[in-house]
Design a protein around this ligand. Structure first.
Ligand SMILES: Nc1ncnc2c1ncn2[C@@H]1O[C@H](COP(=O)(O)OP(=O)(O)O)[C@@H](O)[C@H]1O
Ligand SMILES: [Mg+2]
Length: 563
């Protein structure tokens, strides 16, 4: 009986010990947690209910965080007086920490910023407010600071919590980035201009040097072919004809190459003719029908602006061909007193789904072509807009300010010069030498003038009364020497051959004009005849037809010659 009781007591003691052990190990864990700073406060069940004991040092990690962080942190009272500020806050203001507590925040900013600062503080009492404010620190450094202010309510007291970020470096870096972007843009603008100049130069060299020499070669060969003793030999005849054909072919190829590099019509006739010429070729090459609507009296712009607009037409039509799938396109241009507007559009598939934002606004995909167009337009203070709708087509619109208009029109230049030229009275002009007709040769190429002179002088009915080396010279000599006929090169320096032609027609209608050019596109022939030329000859074929054409003009026939 006793034995059973003692067994019972031992059992319950063992249970109590087990319970106590568990509690001790729980307490040990709690103690360790408190010691390691993992507990901020302890809740104790007392007779008066739960009591919270905040442990000393629990705020320590937060304090360390605030004290050492790079951002400035401060608390203000409702008026804006600084109650507390960390080292970074003081550093941003450029004042020792000890000197900021108890001062008004405004004191550290210039008077101009006080108003904004006050409204930031007032707003922050209701909700969070933010602003960027500049300040000059006591060492004279200009700084830009972003302040974020938010209201804090604690134990019935309202304070403001401020976080200050120094943006000086970021804004400096932004400015540097912008400056380098500007530099890049200027550079790309310069490169575009250099590329245009280079193309223009190569195009001119091919045209005016190589082309002229080939024209002369063809003339010389034709001259040889006409010699009586040579025409007897059939084999020589055949070889000569073949050589003439070859030199004409090469000349044509060189001209095509030169046109593509830089359309000569652009400088002489302006955008309408150049675009008309280009779209004709484009249509032939691609089968895409292009409707051109540019008034023939379209305003003349600076060469830079005309080249830019022409390149935009070229690039946009290339895109129509490459991407749109449209079999028709249009080019339209118009101008008013303030701006010129150029549009190139198609009715194709548009810029595609991949290039449309979810919001529905089309995003123009990046490509060299469009970027180049944008850059050209930007250089001229204009705008380029591209709108595209899937399945409906794409429209490129370039707008340039009218300040890109030519300041001194060739018309006014021409009138100014004509007055000087007209001082030579017609009466003093040398009279025709009896039966021989007098011909003036106007061409800026020495070799070509010599070639023409040789051909004309072999004819006893013709006399070369003079040579002119540029446009102005041609006009002056025509007025002074009153020749029966002028052989007038259309591409000449100083004064454009077409302007010379118009002036001759106006002031010396008795003189016949045989226009002479390396350009033989329909476009330019039309322009030349419309300007009043009595006939037109292409330099490439001049060798065979020149003397014959001169005779028929002098004998009264007046119509388009051999292109
Ligand atoms: N008329 C158009 N129709 C459809 N897509 C076009 C048209 N024009 C341009 N795009 C699209 O825009 C892109 C960028 O054009 P672009 O800048 O000229 O670059 P690139 O021709 O060198 O590819 C093209 O790759 C094409 O996807
Ligand atoms: Mg392209």
């Amino acid at each position: 009986m006793r034995k059973r009781r003692s067994t019972k007591v031992r059992k319950s003691t063992a249970q109590t010990i087990k319970k106590l052990r568990t509690r001790v190990s729980e307490l040990e864990e709690t103690f360790l947690a408190i010691q390691r700073g993992r507990v901020d406060a302890v809740v104790v069940n007392g007779t008066d209910g739960d009591q919270v004991f905040t442990l000393q040092g629990a705020e320590h990690p937060y304090r360390v965080l605030v004290e050492t962080m790079n951002e400035g942190a401060a608390t203000l009272d409702q008026d804006g007086t600084i109650l507390y500020g960390n080292a970074s806050f003081a550093g941003i203001l450029g004042v020792p920490v000890a000197d900021i507590i108890g001062t008004h925040l405004q004191k550290h900013f210039s008077i101009q910023e006080h108003e904004r600062l006050k409204s930031l503080i007032d707003n922050s009492l209701r909700s969070e407010s933010r602003g960027e404010i500049s300040l000059v620190s006591p060492d004279g450094q200009q700084r830009l600071v972003r302040l974020s202010l938010s209201p804090v309510h604690q134990l019935g007291i309202r304070t403001i919590c401020v976080v200050a970020t120094d943006l000086t470096e970021i804004s400096g870096a932004n400015e540097a980035l912008k400056a380098s972007e500007d530099m890049l843009r200027n550079l790309s603008g310069r490169l575009l201009r250099l590329q245009d100049d280079e193309r223009r130069r190569i195009s001119r060299d091919l045209h005016d040097v190589t082309g002229q020499k080939l024209a002369l070669l063809s003339m010389d060969l034709s001259g040889i072919l006409k010699k009586k003793e040579i025409s007897k030999d059939e084999e020589v005849n055949r070889l000569l004809l073949e050589s003439i054909g070859l030199s004409n072919d090469v000349n044509k190829e060189i001209r095509t190459l030169s046109y593509l590099l830089h359309p000569p019509l652009l400088d002489e006739l302006g955008l309408p003719s150049a675009v008309e010429w280009f779209t004709q070729g484009f249509q032939n090459r691609t089968g895409i029908h292009v409707k051109v609507d540019i008034p023939s009296n379209f305003v003349r712009l600076t060469p830079d602006a005309e080249v830019a607009l022409f390149r935009i037409v070229q690039e946009s039509l290339a895109n129509v061909h490459r991407y749109s799938g449209s079999d028709t396109a249009f080019v339209r241009a118009h101008s008013d007193h303030a701006k010129v507007c150029l549009e190139i559009g198609d009715f194709g598939k548009g810029m595609g789904k991949g290039s449309t934002k979810t919001a529905g606004t089309p995003v123009v995909p990046l490509g060299v072509g469009i970027q180049g167009m944008r850059e050209r337009v930007r250089q001229l203070s204009g705008t380029l807009e591209i709108t595209s709708r899937p399945g409906k087509g794409t429209l490129v619109t370039a707008v340039l300010p009218v300040s890109t208009q030519r300041t001194e029109s060739s018309e006014s230049y021409e009138n100014h010069k004509i007055q000087e030229a007209s001082f030579v009275p017609i009466a003093e002009a040398p009279e025709s030498n009896g039966w021989r007709k007098r011909v003036l040769i106007a061409d800026d190429h020495d070799v070509l003038r010599r070639g023409i002179r040789t051909m004309l002088e072999s004819d006893p009915d013709l006399e070369v009364c003079g040579e002119a080396v540029d446009g102005q010279d041609a006009l002056e000599k025509t007025l002074a020497q009153a020749p029966d006929l002028v052989i007038l090169d259309i591409n000449m320096p100083v004064m454009n051959g077409l302007d010379v032609l118009r002036q001759i027609v106006r002031h010396r209608p008795q003189t016949k004009v045989l226009a002479f050019s390396v350009h033989d596109s329909e476009q330019i022939v039309e322009e030349i005849l419309a300007a009043g030329a009595h006939s037109y000859l292409s330099k490439a074929t001049a060798g065979q037809h020149l003397v014959h054409e001169v005779h028929s003009l002098l004998n009264g026939r007046s119509q388009a010659g051999h292109a």
